[in-house]
Design a protein. Structure first.
Length: 169
């Protein structure tokens, strides 16, 4: 096993940690604090890094737990979250840009309405690109639970989107 470096192995994870913390806390400042505290805790455990199967999974677990603790303390669930990563398809004009923006806003709103577990699983799988096994480790679930929750979340978002888009509500 190669030697782990804080600069090369841990610091590049800060964006992933931030997105996860933001998804949980719904507050940019709180998410930044969670990332900072996560990096401090990981640094303080540097003597134990070799014992971890995946330093990335360890960092994500620490960030998740800290974010949940902060969210519960601040009760930040009423603030709406917008996704940091957005891939807008090519549009030919202002009207197409407006339609695409409205569609993305609707999808963001529908994802934010999901139960927390489903929202986190979608974040980790569809945005962060984590494997089912990694998500299961991070959220203390089985891989089957991850797959079922992800399927249900996607189906719920799809069905609500089709209902709203079909009726124009």
């Amino acid at each position: 096993m190669q030697e782990l470096s804080f600069r090369n192995d841990i610091l590049p994870l800060k964006d992933k940690l931030f997105r996860l913390a933001l998804r949980i806390t719904f507050n940019r400042t709180e998410a930044e604090d969670v990332v900072q505290e996560t990096l401090i805790r990981v640094w303080n455990k540097r003597d134990e890094w070799k014992q971890f199967g995946s330093i990335e999974a360890y960092c994500l677990i620490v960030a998740k737990n800290l974010a949940i603790d902060r969210r519960e303390r601040k009760d930040a669930q009423t603030v709406e979250l917008t996704l940091e990563v957005e891939r807008t398809p090519e549009a030919s004009g202002p009207y197409d840009h407006l339609v695409n923006k409205e569609q993305m806003d609707l999808i963001h709103r529908l994802v934010n309405e999901l139960p927390e577990k489903q929202r986190l699983i979608m974040q980790l799988r569809d945005i962060e690109g984590k494997s089912y096994k990694e998500i299961a480790t991070i959220l203390h679930l089985t891989e089957e639970q991850v797959k079922v929750n992800l399927f249900r979340a996607r189906q719920k978002v799809k069905q609500r989107y089709l209902d709203i888009d079909g009726y124009g509500l």
